[in-house]
Design a binder for this molecule. Structure first.
Ligand code: ADQ
Length: 530
């Protein structure tokens, strides 16, 4: 359940910076234009756990969310500064849109973020592609977001807490800090890094200016948050190596740089477990799950499921290779084990992603031709974006969920499967190179680079006695319900509150609301609620 976030902010104003926006306005396609006077603009809420957890936080804390205005009707629905009140039906906070042109998207988003940082952080070097232009655009776009965030910090009625999301904005916090230098109310700056953080030998494959810029940019934060301790330690190793004037204290997960302290924290992200569970328990999901099994699984058979964006980090070809080998080595599992593979295209503008999509389609067709027959299709490939209740039904139908990421910051699919396994006897086969593997004790861990090991893991899963499956799933579910997305949020904001309040002698001159009386009263009420 959503905790009361206001108490953790203790009267501070939250300014969130992310690439994706929580509300996107799009012009309706031509055929759907309303008649004169009717709005032809639609509001879309991008799916995803992060937006669903952060939007209620923003609603109750009334801050500002700075994000890329990517919708076709975003400009016409915002003011000259890109600001608008959201949610549209019941405004509670400000969305500040930052505009990007095609060259920005190519250089900053598809370029430096997704062709350089993404493959390096996942240590998949064969996909690394770096150009000077990417870095230049990345700096320029980060500067634009920093300018917007700093402007919002100045406008904030209370002392600002700026929370930057992810690898798209490695430079933003240092830029905001510089822009706000000398302000009466210092901002507290922190950043969540959603993907793995690589060791120094990998990060140094960037040009010197870029790896040094990334590390110095991140040190603009007061706190940098990771999913696992391994990523936090890699970060500290990179600081040690690339920022020689800093002092790294690994035991306390801390860096001293000049007169500042920068903390590295471990906060494994999670999902709204109750919501997924209730979606899976709904009668429609039960019906859809029955239907899926009836259509695809021979009587007495077993259903495996997997769900991913098509991304080379997710190990989809490796998974298909393992299934091919499994049905080759274990003919008794033909016509017994069916797999539903949900693989939705993403970042298709990049050639490596497009090639991967084609490879997945071709491999599935080859496997189906090799083992399938008129009555049985071994792999059912779903390429569409599936709604949350549709996904819940697929997870519910599955006896086995296979997550074969080559590297993955956390992997939320593993947690969604656990939440939706309402019959309580599913088995999770999980890559040991996911953040989730550091947290979930009762999955069958596999190395996706090692086909024989994946085959072995799958055989173990499909032959596991029901009592063992139930016992493992029950433990995984209790663990998940003790650590949801709200616990994640609460833990981070509690840590921010602790660090931002700091020792009394170091507290900012005014931690109290400035400006209007109304802001003063809100701050006072919030503090007393804590
Ligand atoms: P992603 O790489 O996107 O996230 P993941 O954590 O698995 O990976 O989250 C994907 C989300 O998209 C899940 O909620 C899943 O249900 C959904 N999804 C996938 N395919 C879908 C489809 N066809 N239709 C609808 N929904 C679909 C990044 C990092 C991860 C980290 C998260 C959160 O790469 O390691 O866990 O951020 O920090």
């Amino acid at each position: 359940m959503m905790p009361d976030m206001k108490q953790y902010l203790a009267g501070r104003t939250l300014i969130l910076v992310s690439n994706r926006e929580p509300y996107e306005h799009t012009a309706a396609p031509d055929g759907e234009q309303g008649t004169a006077g009717e709005s032809s603009v639609q509001v879309r809420r991008p799916p995803g756990g992060l937006v669903s957890a952060l939007d209620p936080t923003m609603r109750c804390t009334h801050g500002t969310w700075v994000a890329w205005g990517s919708g076709s009707a975003d400009r016409e629905t915002a003011d000259a500064e890109g600001r608008l009140a959201v949610p549209p039906e019941n405004p509670a906070y400000t969305l500040r849109r930052v505009w990007l042109d095609d060259a920005d998207v190519d250089g900053y988003y598809l370029g430096f973020a997704n062709s350089a940082l993404w493959p390096l952080c996942h240590m998949l070097l064969q996909h690394y592609d770096m150009r000077a232009e990417y870095w230049e655009r990345y700096k320029a776009v980060n500067e634009r977001f920093a300018a917007a965030a700093a402007d919002e910090a100045r406008r904030a009625p209370n002392a600002p807490v700026v929370w930057v999301q992810d690898y798209h904005f490695a430079l933003v916090s240092a830029m905001v800090r510089e822009r706000l230098a000398g302000e009466r109310r210092p901002a507290f700056l922190h950043q969540f890094w959603h993907i793995p953080f690589p060791p120094p030998d990998i990060l140094r494959l960037l040009p010197t200016a870029a790896y040094s810029g990334v590390m110095r940019g991140l040190l603009g934060n007061d706190l940098v948050e990771f999913h696992t301790d391994r990523y936090a330690l890699n970060f500290l190793d990179c600081v040690d190596e690339f920022v020689p004037e800093s002092r790294v204290d690994r035991d306390r997960r801390r860096v001293v740089l000049g007169d500042r302290e920068i903390h590295a924290g471990v906060f494994p992200i999670s999902i709204d477990a109750e919501q997924y569970e209730s979606l899976a328990r709904a009668p429609e999901a039960a019906e859809r799950a029955r239907e899926l099994r009836h259509r695809h699984v021979p009587p007495g058979g077993c259903l495996g499921v997997s769900v991913d964006r098509v991304d080379y980090t997710k190990g989809i070809p490796e998974r298909l290779r393992a299934l091919d080998q499994l049905w080759t080595d274990a003919p008794e599992l033909r016509r017994k084990l069916t797999f539903i593979v949900v693989a939705t295209p993403s970042r298709s503008e990049l050639r490596s992603y497009k090639t991967l999509e084609e490879e997945v389609v071709a491999s599935v067709a080859a496997i189906n031709a090799k083992f399938g027959d008129a009555e049985w299709t071994p792999i059912v490939l779903l390429k569409e974006n599936v709604s949350a209740d549709g996904l819940a039904a697929i997870y519910r139908a599955g006896d086995v969920c296979l997550v074969s990421s080559l590297q993955d910051g956390m992997n939320l699919v593993a947690k969604e499967f656990i939440a939706c396994n309402v019959d309580g006897n599913g088995v999770l086969v999980l890559s040991r190179f996911t953040g989730a593997a550091a947290e979930i004790d009762d999955a069958i861990l596999i190395n996706p680079f090692h086909v024989d090991g994946v085959v072995e893991g799958l055989r173990h899963a499909v032959t596991m006695p029901v009592e063992e499956r139930r016992a493992r799933m029950q433990r995984m579910q209790s663990q998940l319900h003790r650590s949801t997305i709200f616990d994640w949020l609460e833990a981070i904001l509690a840590r921010v509150n602790e660090l931002a309040s700091g020792p009394a002698e170091l507290r900012p001159p005014t931690d109290r609301p400035v400006g209007s009386d109304r802001a003063m009263r809100v701050g006072a009420a919030d503090a007393s609620a804590a």
